[in-house]
Design a protein around this ligand. Structure first.
Ligand SMILES: Cc1cc2nc3c(=O)[nH]c(=O)nc-3n(C[C@H](O)[C@H](O)[C@H](O)COP(=O)(O)O)c2cc1C
Length: 339
């Protein structure tokens, strides 16, 4: 009986500790700053415009759909300019591009049947006139909005690639050549990782990179998981996700979006011949503030991970890190008759 009570107390104290961390998480996420508010405004636009783009990508897109959110978004774009936010920012350009695609799509039908369309088009033209013509041209040239048909051959391209051996040859690396990564390699890795999916295509992640010796040393000193190989890592990447991009019941989605991004990024590094290791560190402690200060990370960004990386020294000692069997992981809970 006493051991049962002891175990219950132990279990309860772990949960209480987690509650303390949840409160810290809430405090970080709710700290008001003009920077956080701007991010919130932009991401509100991205969420709404995503629903318009999704409407354009449905099997049976209804002509005249989404007039309410489109009207709302045009008003928000006016508000955006009025607040002095940067119109070359992705959120603005993406919103503009999708609405332009929406208008192009509606014009394929008899728009006189959609009472709100004339006003939508008029307002959008007024907005366009207020923008720099080079910016408008570049949005149309550089970005795609709306939907397109992807050929089956392209969708099946993933089957041509031996993804299992690619995954199998990735290992956490804890020893590297003592040299900085080429900027072009890190840029390529981020370009690849930016293909990762995110909720409403908000792309709330940021990547901070440093190979500067003193900063690398300070990061090395701050993280907890490098015992036994401190001083061996020549480059660090910090992945963050902006909490201000999320709202209401999307609580903690920053960790989901950030975790997916982190996977893509580490695999992108692997595809470029760059060894890396995701490092354990303590969130919400003094280390977080120091890390943020060191790299200029905003308080509303959640640090997802610290990743050590560098070029391989040659053949490299790696742990086996045996994986579980499929049967330990997969639980098929129903099979349809068609199977
Ligand atoms: C969130 C996370 C934190 C990790 N933290 C550390 C760490 O602090 N130190 C370390 O040496 N490895 C760390 N790793 C690497 C894991 O030990 C490694 O992924 C696991 O053992 C599987 O081995 P593999 O990556 O070589 O396949 C971490 C991995 C993840 C995903």
């Amino acid at each position: 009986m006493i051991t049962k009570i002891k175990k219950a107390i132990q279990y309860f104290s772990v949960r209480c500790y987690e509650l303390k961390i949840s409160i810290k998480e809430f405090r970080r996420g709710s700290k008001l700053s003009s920077d956080a508010f701007e991010s919130f405004y932009k991401n509100g636009m991205l969420v709404e415009v995503h629903s318009v783009e999704k409407g354009l990508g449905l099997k049976n897109t209804k002509p005249g759909h989404s007039s309410k959110p489109v009207t709302n978004l045009i008003n928000k774009m006016f508000g955006y300019i009025g607040r002095g936010y940067d119109p070359t920012d992705f959120a603005f350009k993406e919103t503009y591009r999708v609405i332009a695609a929406y208008i192009e799509y509606q014009k394929e039908f008899d728009t006189s049947k959609f009472p709100e369309f004339a006003e939508i088009e008029r307002k959008f033209n007024v907005l366009t006139q207020q923008l720099d013509s080079n910016l408008v041209a570049s949005i149309k040239d550089d970005l795609n909005g709306g939907a397109h048909i992807v050929p089956l051959k392209e969708l099946l391209h993933g089957k041509d690639f031996d993804v299992q051996s690619f995954f199998k040859t990735r290992h956490s690396i804890r020893m590297y050549q003592k040299m900085p990564l080429n900027q072009s390699d890190i840029q390529k890795a981020v370009e690849i990782a930016n293909m990762s999916p995110s909720a409403c295509n908000r792309q709330p992640n940021k990547v901070y990179f440093t190979s500067e010796c003193e900063t690398v040393k300070q990061i090395d000193d701050l993280i907890t998981g490098s015992s036994g190989f401190k001083g061996e890592t020549p480059n660090y990447i910090i992945v963050t996700t902006d909490r201000a991009c999320f709202m209401k019941e999307e609580q903690y989605q920053w960790y989901i979006n950030g975790g997916i991004y982190l996977s893509y990024l580490t695999l992108a590094l692997h595809s470029l011949g760059i060894g890396n290791c995701i490092m354990q560190w303590k969130a919400f402690y003094r280390t977080e503030n120091k890390l943020k200060e060191l790299l200029g990370i905003s308080s509303h960004e959640a640090i997802i991970a610290v990743v050590g990386c560098g070029y391989y020294q040659g053949d490299t000692k790696c742990i086996y890190a045996q994986r579980k069997a499929v049967s330990d992981t997969l639980h098929i809970v129903g099979v349809s008759d068609a199977e």
